[in-house]
Design a protein around this ligand. Structure first.
Ligand SMILES: Cc1cc2nc3c(=O)[nH]c(=O)nc-3n(C[C@H](O)[C@H](O)[C@H](O)COP(=O)(O)OP(=O)(O)OC[C@H]3O[C@@H](n4cnc5c(N)ncnc54)[C@H](O)[C@@H]3O)c2cc1C
Ligand code: SF4
Ligand code: SF4
Length: 652
């Protein structure tokens, strides 16, 4: 079990090396990660923008600083003088000290150079080098002085990555900082390549990603985060324009298929990503898709007014360019079995079947009357073009993004009276606030603190829903206050259609019959979190079916991870860079990637760009895309706001 001897990562220095009494001041998240066996067993030290964490006193801080500044020097873009020259002088000085050739004045010189770089650097990269250096000089003065007096030590073995907060915020570690920089330089062509590098669904994410990257954007310390997702949309729109003009130059390496056959079940983001990666490494990949269309829930769930179908189809067409075969109307369990796949020579199978089974409300009248659908069934019908109109009025039950989609779709289809019934308040709604706002603009009525009690039917058809008022009680396991019924407060809303958007889960009926295939209590496949291997050899699972309902970009990350594991499993493939990234991501996650107190500089003063959208009136009666996209000029101006907050994290 590792012990934290010193910790200054976004905290006042604490740990044994600071003061024997101060061990309890080490943040509990750091303690949990470093002391409960979650961190790599041989980890000795971490150094980066947040400070220093030392776990082994034999690590020479002076040598560690040399290694750190070697990386800083190597990665500085060199465009501004303070960073380019300052980091160079810092490195030379550190090297002299480490070699036992330093001078007494060097320590003050280092401090003043650190301040100069921080104050003069044009981007976040230069600024981020100050804290670890100052922390080292202040808290390990004796070590520096020993070196000034001739001490020499071994340099520790280290590994490092350069990452910006937004890159870290993206589950697939998209290099958002870089694609934004390329937009600023009007290099849209190169920008889309960067966005697509980890993510074949980049155009989809530009429109529908929940953009966790923006939550970590350092520009929030100044005003508002950069519009990271919409900027990705801007470059994907540019790509689409080129494809239309037949100017598109995508000629990816086409798989030779020589590494063996792999079956991917499901063409959603997890399946498509895994397929693209494996094909790019010369696997012969076939995607089997149960539905008549491709793209998974991005096609069958997310409505077209948020994500046009040509965008979804375009993403899969690009995956096919890598030599991936896609077979639609081919369901595992219905049209063929797992054993059939192995008999046909597939060496590994990736199950990426999503979580597409809607849950029922579980109230009286639900099964007896026509006009009660779950969200997945309703959206599937609409998205496959076989929605049958069931009147004018709709009630949607639930407070998540699916509920909001299920409410907005009927309005776009021409239903006149659309209501959302949610048992908590607006504050507790899991749906993205901007989606709720749009729904209200379009005319959706929200009924908070109300829950369904009974479906009211007439002649076998839904005519209303009896609800009851709720109030909030004590917090439940999720931390949200538990809704409690208010006795005698029942009321009725007239309706023709009720959509239950309460939850969804994987459909595992077929898989339950497969001997040895583990299914968790959460109704997901049991997988090894590091390899995504199921309890059966050669069978892997990822995306929503392994995690429960999440997001497009989380499923993309799952697909990347599965591809690496399958390559290792089949051919002993090495993926040192991917694995280093995952190791260092876990450490950044435990320490905290950003801090509100972090210093920012070089801001442009521009305000966050607003997405132009169809006026609410023009959205009624059609499923045309609502958000219209940034012009190339608007995208470049938004990119101008980015502070290029790259920084280095290094471990010894
Ligand atoms: C209404 C709705 C709106 C959403 N909006 C967003 C959003 O705006 N942003 C966001 O990031 N996420 C959103 N999500 C979540 C996101 O779509 C999913 O998390 C993501 O698509 C999961 O990807 P996946 O690859 O794991 O599975 P899926 O995308 O669900 O794909 C699974 C695929 O497997 C196929 N399949 C299933 N069983 C079989 C079988 N037996 N044989 C062959 N094929 C099979 C299915 O037909 C499907 O095509 C939304 C989800 C819903 C339901
Ligand atoms: S300002 Fe730019 S580089 Fe910094 S976190 Fe935001 S998007 Fe990323
Ligand atoms: S995919 Fe989503 S999370 Fe990742 S950079 Fe793009 S918008 Fe952000």
């Amino acid at each position: 079990m590792a012990e934290i001897l010193f910790d200054s990562w976004f905290v006042n220095p604490c740990g044994k090396l600071v003061d024997e009494q101060s061990a309890e001041k080490i943040p509990s998240a750091h303690q949990k990660f470093f002391q409960n066996g979650k961190c790599p067993p041989d980890l000795k030290a971490v150094i980066g923008w947040g400070g220093i964490v030392l776990l082994n006193k034999d690590v020479c801080i002076v040598q560690l600083m040399v290694k750190f500044f070697e990386q800083v020097q190597a990665k500085s873009c060199g465009r501004c003088f303070p960073c380019r020259v300052g980091s160079c002088v810092i490195l030379d000085t550190l090297r002299r000290i480490a070699a036992g050739e330093g001078r007494a004045a060097d320590l003050d010189l280092l401090k003043s150079l650190a301040a100069d770089v921080r104050n003069g650097a044009l981007c976040g990269f230069g600024i981020a080098m100050e804290k670890p250096l100052v922390d080292a000089l202040t808290n390990f003065k004796a070590e520096f002085e020993a070196h000034l007096n001739g001490k020499k030590c071994e340099a520790p073995a280290t590994e490092s990555i350069m990452i910006a907060p937004c890159n870290f915020g993206c589950p697939a570690t998209t290099d958002a900082a870089r694609y934004i920089e390329l937009i600023r330089e009007q290099k849209f062509n190169q920008s889309i390549d960067v966005a697509r590098a980890p993510n074949p669904f980049a155009a989809i994410c530009g429109r529908a990603c929940f953009h966790p990257c923006e939550k970590l954007c350092k520009r929030s310390n100044v005003d508002e985060p950069i519009s990271i997702a919409y900027l990705k949309r801007a470059v994907s729109d540019y790509e689409k324009k080129l494809i239309k003009q037949k100017q598109f130059r995508l000629k990816p390496h086409k798989s030779t298929g020589e590494k063996g056959k792999v079956a991917v079940i499901g063409s959603g983001p997890a399946g498509a990503t895994c397929a693209r990666e494996l094909a790019s490494w010369d696997y012969d990949v076939t995607i089997f898709e149960a539905a008549p269309v491709v793209g998974g829930t991005t096609h069958l769930g997310i409505p077209a007014y948020r994500l046009p179908r040509d965008i979804v189809n375009g993403e899969i067409e690009q995956v096919q360019e890598y030599g991936v075969t896609v077979k639609t109307n081919s369901a595992l369990g219905r049209d063929f079995s797992l054993q059939d796949l192995f008999d046909q020579g597939f060496k590994a199978v990736f199950l990426a079947i999503g979580a597409m089974k809607g849950k029922k409300l579980g109230i009286p009248g639900e099964d007896e009357n026509e006009g009660v659908l779950d969200a997945m069934e309703f959206l599937r019908r609409v998205n496959l073009g076989d929605e049958t109109r069931l009147g004018r009025k709709v009630i949607v039950i639930g407070g998540g993004n699916s509920a909001v989609d299920c409410a907005r779709v009927p309005l776009h289809l021409g239903y006149e009276d659309v209501n959302i019934v949610y048992r908590r308040t607006r504050k507790e709604m899991p749906a993205s606030p901007w989606e709720v706002e749009e729904a209200e603009h379009e005319g959706v009525k929200l009924h908070f603190l109300a829950a369904p009690v009974r479906v009211i039917g007439k002649n076998g058809k839904v005519v209303g829903l009896e609800c009851i008022r709720m109030e909030l009680g004590e917090p439940d396991a999720s931390g949200r206050r538990r809704p409690v019924e208010v006795k005698g407060s029942e009321f009725t809303i007239d309706t023709d259609l009720i959509i239950a958007a309460v939850s969804q889960a994987p459909d595992l009926d077929y898989f339950r019959k497969i001997q040895g295939l583990g299914i968790s209590k959460r109704e997901t496949f049991e997988v090894d979190p590091d390899t995504l291997q199921t309890t059966l050899p050669g069978v892997f699972a990822g995306g929503d079916v392994a995690t429960g309902p999440q997001s497009v970009i989380a499923a993309v990350q799952s697909g990347l991870q599965a591809a690496v594991s399958i390559d290792k499993y089949l051919n002993g493939g090495t993926h040192a860079e991917f694995e280093r990234l995952q190791r260092l991501r876990a450490i950044v996650n435990a320490l905290g990637p950003v801090d509100k107190s972090e210093y920012c500089a070089g801001t442009s003063g521009l305000k966050r760009a607003q997405m132009p959208a169809l006026p609410p009136k023009e959205r009624i009666g059609n499923l045309d895309e609502v958000e219209l996209g940034f012009s190339e000029q608007a995208a470049a101006a938004e990119a101008e706001r980015c502070m290029r907050c790259y920084r280095i994290i290094m471990t010894a």
